[in-house]
Design a binder for this molecule. Structure first.
Ligand code: BES
Ligand code: MG
Ligand code: ZN
Length: 501
């Protein structure tokens, strides 16, 4: 665990072995840097000059210094020129600074906080982003290593050094940022956990524990109840598995009078083998990630319970395993959903839309929320279309899209809109049921035709669908991630709730 503190004491008075600086291009005027130069009796600026460090974006330079026989590191990371100083580049530079400090074996890092105005943001907001990113960067999935040395936390303490005038605001942001960062990491931990160690009942149990600890209303339906309620999509996907499927609902209620209600619905396939339409081995390798949407929703509900935004929030997760067996749903079968609609199953690997259909129909009927957002590792097509850096967004409700896009920019969970036009509606026609669970080849656009399937279950409620197949797992080149789960969606959904009007 890395502890993040805020201090208005001088940076050189921190008992740290690493001193971190985020420097704008061609601006070495930092008073904290000058204090370090004096303390260690060394001209860092000369050093930087000699090594052509000008503060270009992500340019890095670490200087080892000695005092009374003890070694310290002064680490500088460039923030670039005015056009580079976006909040996303701040997140990356900060994470990079963390990695550099860890690489130089620092255990306590004192960071000289840059001015919030550099990034056109508030002190509180900068504090929130800073804590979230540092928590995310520190996260490491090490539960299954046997050797102790692979389990070590790198930096145990980080002190954010700021002026006494800004301390309170920064602290407030750090508190919120820590809540969000911990939630992101909780989602990552569940996704990274091997699929046999995290079954639908296991994840439901974790959701229940969160509800009890944070005073959220908790509802859970067993497979028997799911069948009885007529949720044939969720039950049908689970039929091949020995594990019971679950539907879990978490509810946060704000104290604000007449507040809106928003619903988050997350796909929770704890393992996706494809079912009888079995996946090839390479595609199956990472399919423990197929509950990333559910993990994000449950973790977000915990963050929301602690941040207490002015909006009611419902978190819904259909949880199941998709496995082949003598009992499994077969291609050619027809299932009936909670809202009475039927679907022909042509491919049992298109199971995400089937479990979401029942969850969406359930939340639409029982809560009539003002907005629904679903989040799902739904299609390989989306991952291929957009790659690992943008979550696919599909919707026909422009007002809601605007809200989600703004929160995406703001939170760092970036989205890219795909065209959910009516042109693609006909792709999921079926000869034998209301709709078919895969799109006709003629229409291609697999991410969009999947969204059209979901559209049959939300009625007239403003709805946004997020496809995180490309962004949930093994995202390269981002210094705040590592291999494995990203926790995508937690920052975005929390931001939507925090800023809901
Ligand atoms: N879980 C997969 C989608 C996926 C692919 C997630 C890659 C993460 C990474 C989903 O259930 C699936 O298998 N979708 C099929 C749909 C097809 C049969 C219409 C796909 O994308 O191939
Ligand atoms: Mg079962
Ligand atoms: Zn599948």
């Amino acid at each position: 665990m890395t502890t993040i503190l805020v201090s208005s004491q001088k940076i050189i008075d921190q008992s740290a072995d690493g001193f971190g600086f985020l420097l704008p291009e061609k601006d070495m005027s930092s008073a904290d840097l000058k204090a370090c130069e004096k303390e260690f009796d060394i001209s860092i600026s000369d050093y930087l000059k000699k090594h052509d460090f000008t503060g270009k974006l992500m340019q890095t330079f670490a200087v080892p210094v000695m005092k009374k026989n003890k070694m310290y590191h002064i680490i500088c990371v460039g923030l670039g020129s005015k056009k580079d100083t976006t909040i996303e580049n701040y997140r990356r530079a900060l994470a990079h600074l963390y990695r550099q400090a860890a690489a130089h074996k620092a255990t306590t890092l004192a960071i000289s906080m840059p001015a919030a105005s550099l990034f056109d943001t508030s002190i509180e907001e900068l504090g929130q982003q800073t804590a979230t990113i540092l928590d995310m960067t520190a996260y490491h999935f090490d539960a299954f290593f046997s050797k102790e040395n692979r389990q070590k936390t790198e930096l145990t303490k980080i002190v954010l050094c700021t002026s006494s005038a800004t301390k309170t605001k920064l602290e407030k942001g750090v508190r919120a940022g820590n809540i969000i960062g911990k939630a992101v990491n909780k989602a990552r931990e569940w996704v990274n956990t091997p699929p046999s160690d995290l079954t639908p009942p296991d994840l439901a149990k974790y959701a229940k524990a969160i509800a009890q600890k944070n005073k959220l209303k908790f509802t859970q339906f067993s497979e028997k109840e799911i069948i009885k309620k007529g949720m044939g999509g969720l039950a049908g996907v689970s039929r091949g598995s020995e594990q019971d499927c679950q539907l879990v609902v978490l509810e946060y209620k704000t104290n604000k009078k007449n507040a809106d209600t928003i619903a988050f619905v997350g796909k929770g396939i704890t393992f996706d083998s494809g079912g009888l339409s079995l996946k090839p081995a390479v595609h199956m390798e990472t399919m423990k990630e197929d509950m990333s949407g559910a993990a994000a929703v449950i973790a977000t509900m915990e963050a929301i319970a602690q941040l207490k935004p002015n909006v009611n929030v419902i978190g819904v997760t259909p949880l199941a395993e998709n496995l082949p067996s003598g009992k499994a749903t077969k291609p050619g079968d027809i299932v009936r959903f909670y809202n009475g609609k039927t679907a022909e199953i042509k491919n049992t690997d298109a199971e995400g839309r089937l479990v979401l259909a029942d969850a969406l129909a359930y939340v639409a009927k029982h809560y009539k929320p003002d907005a629904i957002l679903d989040i799902a590792t739904l299609t390989g097509a989306c991952a291929y279309a957009l790659g690992p850096f943008h979550t696919g967004l599909m919707s026909q409700h422009d007002d809601l899209v605007e809200i989600v896009e703004e929160s995406a920019e703001h939170s760092g969970d970036h989205v890219w809109r795909l065209p959910l036009t009516d042109d693609y509606k006909a792709a999921i026609k079926s000869d034998v049921a209301d709709i078919c669970n895969i799109g006709s080849n003629k229409y291609m656009a697999g991410a969009v035709t999947a969204a059209h399937f979901l559209k049959h279950f939300v009625g007239d409620i403003p709805w946004v669908h997020l496809d995180i197949a490309g962004t949930a797992f093994n995202v390269p080149d981002r210094p705040y991630y590592r291999s494995g789960a990203t926790g995508v969606g937690v920052r975005l959904m929390t931001d939507i709730a925090q800023h809901w009007k």
